[in-house]
Structures are given as structure tokens and as C-alpha cells.
Design a protein around this ligand. Structure first.
Ligand SMILES: [Zn+2]
Length: 377
């Protein structure tokens, strides 16, 4: 089966997020070019060896379909793998290897499906969006959305993100925002604490105030019918301050993360953190907040045309919400109304001996071919 060989090729690129993705990106670009696609590369403005691929075929601007996936994978170090994670091995109807489920299986199935469709068949545009660094906060799609927005470009509304959902259609997920708080004081000899301003003592007041905010957020539930935990999860995660036991510390940094719910503006809670810091009495110390990273939440309305196209292929699900974030939140900023749907299970993703069922991979090829033909041909 050609799709098995292609998956083996993709898995053999060790595209862990802390390594370059360019070799795999070049491969994906070449394959698309060979099928008649127009290919663009969007290099990361901040990091070498990182690039997004956007490839399109069919009449431009005809609002056809986006198929999207990430090219990076999570690390394997320290995990008890039975076989080489970067060489696909088949045992008992399952294909083992890093990324088989999350989500090189979808990439391989897409390219195999498209190889069955002649380039002259497209009446509407099909756009492939292959991203880098999804696993470290949807960084690649963030850059891409920014570039497209800047150029006044939009993506087709129908947008399929092929993350492993066991063929369930999910239309929402929370985001993830990282915030740092720097508390500044003044150093002094520890024999004269009255001459200094202790930043760690200031930080303790900041942390207390942040915990009050966490409690407030727990009361502000929404989308209760769809989410298992329908409030903003908030976590004070890191603290660093002080340099020696005999010095009054002049600085301390606290870092926290929170998960905005579907439909929430990613930075709303950040604004509330900043507001709390402004009104907090820290004596002579000061505290200022900065955004470390922003992965937006996603909320696509029920009953889109793409949902209708996927329905005959989809398995029923209790809740149409993913617990994990995807590139969809960023792609939604440039016109897409993403749905998450793909082969493989999120429960085996990021684990040792990650796998996808051979039958599911083969089925994915047929499903993608059908969706593309119905929407674009
Ligand atoms: Zn993924």
C-alpha cells in the first residue's frame, strides 16, 4: 500500500519540535508540486530551520477547502519504546512510530488521497496548510496567520484539521496562554532588611491575588453541555527569585498558564491579571505582567457545510470538544471555520509505542478523497 510507504517516509524525518523541520517541509512541498499544486513557504521570522508550507490547487479565491496538519512531533527521550520510534513497524494490524497518530498518518493519507485526483478536476480551490511547532504552542500557525492577515489574505471557511480524533468531529477546544509577572524591589544587606524592598515577599502577595482570580474564574462557567471542565483552568507554574541567603532579593518572577475556553478572547484573563497587579498594594515593590505565549481557543458553530460532508464518515461522540489545543484557533483568525477530525487516537499520542490502526489509515485515504471530491471537484 502506497500510504503505508509514505507514512514510513514521513515518520523517518525526526521532526521533534526542538529540531529543524525543513527536510520534511521540503518533502511535503515536492509531493504537492508533483501533483500540480502552487507551493509557498513561510519561514519562521524568529527561528532557523522552521517553515510552514501552504499549497493550493484549483481556481484561487473560490472558497473551497483547507486540509491542515502539523509536521512536528513530541520528543521520545526517556520513553520505553519497544521499537525505533522513527522507523514504522507493523505488529497485529497496528503501525507503531512517533507521529503515526499525531499526525503524520493524516499527512500521508492526504497525499495518497490527492494522488488519486487529477489536477484538472478542481473546480474550487483546495489549500494544504502544513505547520511547524504545533506541539510547543501552535507557534507555526501563529506566525502563518499573522503573515496572511498582514497580506490581507484569507483561507477557505471549510477547514479540516486532521488531528487524531478516532474519526469523531470536534468543533471546539480551549486555548493556552502563558503569562510572566516580574516583581521588582531593591537589594540590601540582609542585616538591614529595612533598607531593601523584598521582591519575594511582594511575589507572595501577587500569588495570593492570582489564586483569588483562579477562584473567580472557576465560578464563571460556560458551555457546560459541551465541556467536562467548563471554566478557565489557571495554574501558577514557576517561580524564581533571590540570589543569596544574606541579600534582600530585588527581583522575583512568577509564571502562570491558563486555558481560555472556546469562544473566549485569549488575552481577556491576561488583562484581568494586569488589572489586579495595578490595584495590588505591594508597598514600594512593583509588579508588571508580560505575555509569554498565546494559543487561542477554537469555537466553530454547529452545522457548517463541512460538518455535513464529514457526517457520513464520522463516528458519534458525546461531546464535540477536544481537550487539547490545535492550529485551528490561529487559522480561524484568517477566515477558517475549522473542524477537527482524523484517524488514530489522542490517547496514544505523545506516548511510547504510539500507533495507528492500519485499517484506519487506509480508511482515512478514502474519507479524504471523498471529502475533497465532494467539496472541490
Ligand atoms: Zn497533534
Amino acid at each position: 500500500m502506497a500510504v503505508l510507504a509514505e507514512l514510513a517516509r514521513l515518520v523517518a524525518f525526526p521532526t521533534v519540535s526542538n529540531r529543524p523541520v525543513t527536510a520534511l517541509a521540503a518533502h511535503m512541498a515536492e509531493r504537492a508540486e508533483a501533483l500540480g499544486f502552487r507551493v509557498e513557504r513561510f519561514d519562521s521570522p524568529t527561528e532557523e530551520g522552521k517553515t510552514n508550507i501552504v499549497a493550493s490547487i484549483g481556481p484561487a479565491g473560490t472558497d473551497g477547502l483547507v486540509l491542515s496538519g502539523h509536521m512536528d512531533v513530541v520528543p521520545t527521550e526517556g520513553q520505553p519504546w519497544t521499537s525505533d520510534p522513527f522507523a514504522v513497524t507493523e505488529r497485529d494490524g497496528k503501525l507503531y512510530g512517533r507521529g503515526t497518530a499525531d499526525m503524520k498518518g493524516f499527512l500521508a493519507a492526504t497525499m495518497e488521497a490527492l494522488s488519486r485526483i487529477p489536477s484538472s478536476a478542481y473546480k474550487r480551490e483546495l489549500v494544504l496548510v502544513w505547520t511547524h511547532d504545533e506541539e510547543v504552542g501552535c507557534v507555526g500557525s501563529g506566525h502563518l496567520a499573522h503573515s496572511l492577515e498582514h497580506a490581507g489574505r484569507t483561507l477557505p471557511e471549510a477547514c479540516l484539521i486532521g488531528e487524531p480524533t478516532d474519526f469523531q468531529v470536534l468543533r471546539m477546544h480551549p486555548g493556552h496562554v502563558g503569562v510572566g509577572v516580574d516583581i521588582s524591589g531593591a537589594a540590601a544587606h540582609s542585616s538591614r532588611p529595612d533598607l531593601g524592598i523584598n521582591a519575594i515577599v511582594g511575589a507572595s502577595k501577587v500569588v495570593e491575588s492570582l489564586q483569588e482570580l483562579a477562584k473567580e474564574l472557576e465560578e464563571e462557567t460556560r458551555l457546560e453541555a459541551f465541556l467536562e471542565r467548563p471554566w478557565v483552568a489557571f495554574n501558577v507554574a514557576k517561580i524564581r527569585g533571590g540570589s543569596a541567603i544574606n541579600i534582600v532579593p530585588d527581583s522575583c518572577r512568577v509564571e502562570l498558564g491558563y486555558r481560555p475556553l472556546p469562544g473566549m478572547e485569549a488575552t481577556d484573563v491576561y488583562e484581568r491579571v494586569a488589572e489586579r497587579l495595578r490595584s495590588l498594594d505591594l508597598g514600594a515593590a512593583t509588579a508588571t505582567a508580560d505575555l509569554i505565549r498565546v494559543t487561542p481557543a477554537m469555537l466553530t458553530r454547529d452545522g457548517t457545510e463541512l460538518a455535513g460532508l464529514l457526517e457520513p464518515h464520522a463516528l458519534p461522540c458525546d461531546r464535540p470538544a477536544a481537550s487539547f489545543a490545535t492550529d485551528g484557533g490561529n487559522l480561524a483568525k484568517v477566515g477558517a471555520a475549522p473542524l477537527i477530525f482524523g484517524p488514530g487516537s489522542i490517547t496514544v499520542a505523545h506516548q511510547a509505542d504510539e500507533w495507528i490502526a492500519t485499517a484506519d489509515l487506509i480508511r482515512a485515504v478514502d474519507v479524504i478523497e471523498d471529502v475533497v471530491r465532494t467539496r472541490c471537484c
